[in-house]
Design a protein around this ligand. Structure first.
Ligand SMILES: Cc1cc2nc3c(=O)[nH]c(=O)nc-3n(C[C@H](O)[C@H](O)[C@H](O)COP(=O)(O)OP(=O)(O)OC[C@H]3O[C@@H](n4cnc5c(N)ncnc54)[C@H](O)[C@@H]3O)c2cc1C
Length: 827
């Protein structure tokens, strides 16, 4: 249950008796709007919280009652740098003046200790709800989910603040935050335990050593992942609106500074691992062990929500450090609180007596966490975030639904927009685009395609394929994390909408309905795969030169791996040579089926070749960036698929004759080609599958329309029994394949490329084979028209057929599936 903020006060404790007359004099002079006439002042102290004593001031003028909050330093001797009231005031004032971060408004800071004995400040009283128990008892599961999602967003709102822009440039040193914090809290722990009260735990000393040895690399950075840090961000420091599930105030900024923001995130996640209990407890297990209350997202989901709101990379690799660090800091703080309890000046009341017990629990849990085998999935899970239980059908009606693959409201909204865009702009242009592709202007771009791209960009239907974690790297490297609006939404459309692969699946399918659609939304192959390579493996300079124009849709690209002379389904056979000569690499070889290389906008080729013919088999290959205009690159001819040349995109045979490029064009380093190929192919293969589902869906629509309008032998085709069973079979195959593809996308999101490779291989085989069957029946129903170019069916069929070979033939994927199956049997 929530507690109203006004109910959090106890009766004023005698140790903190304030000089009320002096206080009133000060407030009248310094707090805007404070009643000037005689008033009755009632002072009561908030019992919640352990740090700076905080008081509710009720000022009754006889006409009205105004409420303020006063926060001061504790009396007595204080540990160095603790209880910095002045800093709290500074950060709150800056945030209040310049940002939308929800905080109480501050009125006045008093550093004159003669007024009430210590420095203090006065701020607005927020009437709202506080949740002191992170399990949120007494709330519905929907409310719990909202509260956690809002918590993630509130934290993100702090982390998106640019401290330089709001006068907090010197609020702290940004680099080496964890390193400095480990030393600071270690020192504090040693000081708090210097005479054995509380007991100095040797496991804490080992923990300090472990932390020193595991400080994340990015901690030394001044820009990446750093910014404003709250320092004590947890649900019970948030005031929620009295009736709505939204944060109206973030409290307790005593430990705020500039530094590594992931520390805040980990600290917020502690209830998942350990429960803070003040009493003679035996177990402190967090709700990941005791069972997550219904509605509260898992730790990974909570983190995903935060990563989406901030655009930060998935922190799996360093998560052990951040959690252990939070526990260690908690232990040090608790030891300090216990010490103050012994000395008689703890501000949080009776609970301080349990400080020593809690400090030791923190230390034990830190070690328990460090010793876990795995703490987070490799990739963010696809989200159950803000999933409504209403599913919007194709015709816009809302149906109540539940289940695993229920799109989020964000995805549903994008899908509706996409369907409308397809209806209004894509389908009407298909014939026109096709006419140009068969004319002598075939290798030029129809101007309307460029117009539609601009329209798609404006409508937010741009680069939707771009996965959250890949976008995060570009955000850090290229955009300096400034591409958010005040609500925390990404306003830089270049980096997509922050979707997971699963979420994109629902949209990619829609694009697959038309062969003209993907490039209009900058979601076409091979550009998406190439952008993914640059996002994941490109240097900042490579990204600036090639990735940005690709993300903008100003240029296109090709991927040149396959060679006419060798069986290229096994890429170890590739013979193209990439030879280092001083500051250049020289490339020689012939490629074919380089899709997109015929396009007049194509500027970049990612070429796979061998840098070392004598290295171990999978270390011979490298990938290198080649400007298509480099001397020695010859586009020899377009290849045809069943007579379709796919103009203006095309599939080219390309020769490379002594093509010289700078050494800085190598991707990731020599011998890393296979590694990159693995990263590139997973999502790209699934995109093909998703579009293939869309193509099959289009064929179903055409099939049914034809069957309902064409009579054969006196009856509509739709009344012929053979057709009805074919139709039903097609629907069954289509639905089961869609589920397989969504499952593969979900596993890719949750488990990563490597662990999801089996199911991705299944989807890659199943989708084109299903589509070929469905399109084949659709063509059959159309009679001769189905084989002509008067419908899209023949072209859809040709594309679906190529997918049984392109991106690896069926046999290779079947081999992968079988191998995994046998391996499982041996375990
Ligand atoms: C339309 C289209 C677009 C393409 N776009 C690109 C592109 O942009 N960039 C690029 O580099 N390539 C592209 N390709 C090429 C494609 O990736 C290759 O064709 C594919 O990898 C197979 O290589 P291959 O043609 O050399 O066939 P091969 O390696 O010679 O294989 C021939 C056949 O051998 C059989 N086979 C292979 N391996 C096994 C096995 N392990 N077990 C049993 N049988 C097996 C299969 O039946 C296979 O079809 C494209 C191809 C097409 C048709």
């Amino acid at each position: 249950m929530a507690t109203r903020t006004a109910e959090m006060v106890d009766r004023l404790r005698p140790a903190y008796g304030l000089d009320e007359d002096a206080l009133l004099r000060y407030a009248r002079d310094n707090v805007p709007g404070f009643p000037l006439g005689p008033v009755k002042l009632t002072v009561s102290q908030f019992g919640h919280g352990q740090s700076n004593p905080t008081f509710l001031l009720q000022v009754n003028s006889g006409v009205s009652v105004q409420r303020y909050v006063l926060r001061k330093k504790p009396a007595g001797h204080l540990l160095e740098s603790a209880h910095a009231i002045e800093r709290e005031f500074q950060v709150l004032e800056a945030l209040g003046l310049h940002t939308q971060v929800p905080i109480p408004k501050v009125f006045s800071l008093c550093t004159d200790v003669s007024v009430i004995g210590t420095a203090f400040y006065i701020m607005e009283f927020l009437d709202g709800r506080l949740f002191t128990d992170p399990k949120l008892p007494g709330l519905t599961s929907g409310q719990r989910r909202n509260i956690y999602n809002e918590t993630a967003k509130a934290l993100a709102s702090i982390h998106k603040v640019d401290p330089d822009a709001i006068g907090l440039k010197k609020y702290g040193r940004r680099d080496n935050y964890c390193k400095r914090q480990v030393e600071r809290w270690a020192k504090q722990y040693l000081a708090s335990t210097e005479d054995g009260k509380p007991y100095r735990n040797p496991k804490m000393l080992e923990l300090i050593d472990w932390l020193r040895q595991h400080i994340p690399l990015q901690d030394s950075s001044k820009s990446v992942g750093t910014g404003l840090v709250h320092g004590d961000f947890r649900i019970d420091n948030l005031v929620f609106h009295p009736t709505e599930d939204r944060v109206i105030g973030i409290l307790d900024w005593e430990l705020s500074t500039l530094g590594n923001q992931m520390c805040d995130v980990a600290y917020t996640c502690l209830p998942y691992i350990m429960e803070m209990k003040y009493g003679d407890e035996v177990s402190y297990e967090g709700f990941e062990m005791t069972g997550i209350p219904e509605g509260i997202p898992s730790q990974a989901e909570f983190l995903t929500e935060y990563c989406i709101a901030t655009g930060k990379p998935w922190p799996a690799a360093e998560w052990k450090f951040y959690i252990a660090f939070s526990m260690f800091r908690g232990a040090s703080i608790m030891a300090g609180i216990y010490r103050r309890w012994i000395m008689g000046n703890a501000s949080g009341g009776q609970r301080a007596q349990y400080g020593e017990k809690l400090a030791n629990a923190f230390i034990d849990f830190a070690w328990g966490f460090i010793n876990l085998k795995s703490v987070l999935p490799d990739q963010p899970p696809s989200l159950a975030r803000d999933y409504s239980n209403k599913f919007q059908g194709e015709n816009g009606d809302l149906k109540v639904a539940s289940g695993r693959f229920l799109p989020s409201s964000q995805v549903l909204e994008l899908r509706q927009k996409l369907l409308k865009f397809m209806k209004d702009h894509i389908y009407p242009m298909e014939t026109e685009f096709s006419k140009r592709a068969h004319s002598n202007m075939r290798w030029t771009v129809h101007p309307e395609e460029e117009n539609l791209k601009e329209l798609a960009k404006r409508e937010g239907l741009w680069n939707l394929w771009l996965p959250l974690d890949s976008a995060a790297r570009a955000r850090e490297l290229l955009f300096d994390r400034v591409d958010f609006d005040s609500q925390g939404k990404w306003n830089n459309r270049l980096l997509g909408a922050g979707l997971s692969n699963l979420e994109y699946g629902y949209l990619c399918e829609v694009m697959g309905h038309s062969l003209s659609a993907p490039q209009v939304f900058n979601c076409g192959a091979p550009d998406t795969g190439n952008m993914e390579v640059l996002l994941r493996y490109g240097t900042k300079e490579q990204q600036q030169e090639w990735l940005i124009p690709l993300l903008e849709g100003k240029i296109r690209s090709g991927f040149a791996m396959t060679e006419p002379k060798v069986a290229s389904s096994d890429a170890t056979n590739i013979e193209c040579s990439i030879t280092r000569e001083r500051d250049s690499y020289v490339i020689n070889g012939t490629k074919w089926w380089t899709s997109g290389a015929m396009d007049p906008r194509c500027r970049l080729l990612i070429v796979m070749g061998k840098t070392d013919f004598n290295a171990p088999l999978h270390r011979q290959q490298s990938m290198i960036l080649v400007d298509i205009k480099t001397p020695g690159v010859h586009i020899k001819r377009p290849l045809l698929v069943f007579g379709f040349d796919d103009a203006p995109h095309g599939h080219a045979e390309v020769s490379f004759e002594n093509v010289r490029v700078p050494v800085t064009n190598i991707l990731l380093g020599e011998g890393r080609g296979f590694e990159i190929a693995q990263g590139r192919l997973g999502p790209g293969r699934l995109h093909h599958c998703m579009r293939t589902i869309g193509a099959a869906e289009r064929a179903m629509q055409l099939m049914v329309r034809r069957a309902l309008s064409r009579k054969v032998f006196g009856k509509l085709i739709a009344e012929q029994g053979s057709f009805l069973s074919n139709l039903a079979e097609c629907r069954i195959e289509l639905e089961r394949t869609r589920l397989l593809v969504l499952e593969a996308a979900d596993q890719l999101d949750r488990l990563g490329n490597k662990k999801a490779r089996g199911i991705i291989a299944m989807a890659k085989v199943a989708a084109p084979n299903m589509a070929l069957k469905v399109i084949d029946i659709a063509m059959q129903v159309h009679g001769a028209a189905g084989l002509s170019s008067d419908t899209v069916l023949a072209h859809l069929y040709a594309v679906a057929r190529t997918l049984r070979i392109a991106d690896g033939p069926d046999e290779v994927h079947l081999g992968t599936i079988a191998k995994l199956e046998l391996r499982r049997a041996k375990l």
